[in-house]
Design a protein around this ligand. Sequence first.
Ligand code: FAD
Length: 346
Amino acid sequence: MSATTHTHDVIIIGTGLAGTVLSETLALQGLRVLVFDVAQKGSASNVAAGMVNPIVLRRTVPSWRAGEMLAIAGAFYRDLEMRYDTTLWYPFSMAALFPTAQEAGIWQRRLKDPEVAPFLGEEPSKDPAVLAMPQPYAHGTVKRCARLDVRKLIAMHRSRWLASGLLIEQRVDESDIHQLPDGVEVHGNTAPMLVHCKGPFSHSSGLVLVRGEGLTVRIPGLGLNTIVHRGVFILPIGDDVYRIGATFAWDKVWSGPTEEARHYLMDGLQRLITRPIEVLEHWAGVRPASSDRRPILGRTGPHEAIFNGLGSRGVLLAPWCAQHLADHLFKGVALDPEVDLERFAE
Ligand SMILES: Cc1cc2nc3c(=O)[nH]c(=O)nc-3n(C[C@H](O)[C@H](O)[C@H](O)COP(=O)(O)OP(=O)(O)OC[C@H]3O[C@@H](n4cnc5c(N)ncnc54)[C@H](O)[C@@H]3O)c2cc1C
């Protein structure tokens, strides 16, 4: 079959955050994209709180390439807001409550570090709901945080792409992928390139699965307008409703919601808030992380590639990763070795 007979330029499997961001990125470049996806229990994007935090709070250092990733992610989601005529991206600041005097001291020193300082606020939060929380060692402020409404983004993308016939709700197994001399064939469609965006349902080398759980709660009258972190995070999503998260567990990753995690999250929350708390939802999903905490991108064959390893910072990393993979696959740009799948080759 010659290249001109292909029905599409790219076929994508999976439309969680990775597949959604990649399909939008490629479509904007004029490529004919077809996506296959089936909803599955444990999918990460369905349960993601959508928080963006440029600081690794345990160590008070910026997350990987935080400044660059933030600029690209902010621009990408803002642009998507315009195309979908909706609001998806909510800027926030975060109050990180110090657990010890020692951590408060480290924070003060970091305020003078030019690498971290752009993300830290000199002033404490003015939010009365933050000031009302018990905080014997005070708190530090992280600037340039945000929340992406991941659920809304994926739902809007799904319905628009389904309506245009660009998304097919059908599972693609390995046996459904047929190799052609110049591409692949999947359920009667052909393309010169297939990208696997299967998140935790992939068997890629280097992939590490991490169970995460969170709660959606209503706390009438709290009026919090800042993200708060103290062991657990509290993320305002409007109308007295908050996302509480998240746990990390490397065992029984497909177990679904557990009493242990619910207890841990409620305990963390009740240490900060004495008001009545109504639990609306209890989430569990599986993060597709990697052993070195970097994304996993690259070719797995002449006509196949992978976009995975978004870990716990998918919102921040996905737009850069999608653009970088597109440049690699369609413009021949070399992959950054830090994200190249090849680093896991035996
Ligand atoms: C509890 C929790 C809270 C989180 N909170 C945050 C947060 O606040 N901020 C943040 O940035 N990140 C957060 N994350 C991480 C974030 O969710 C992930 O980084 C991101 O969603 C991964 O997206 P993905 O597309 O790679 O995987 P997924 O979202 O799992 O998507 C994979 C998709 O591929 C489909 N699929 C797989 N195999 C096939 C097949 N063979 N055929 C058809 N379809 C298939 C699946 O059904 C699914 O729809 C959180 C994760 C969890 C679990």
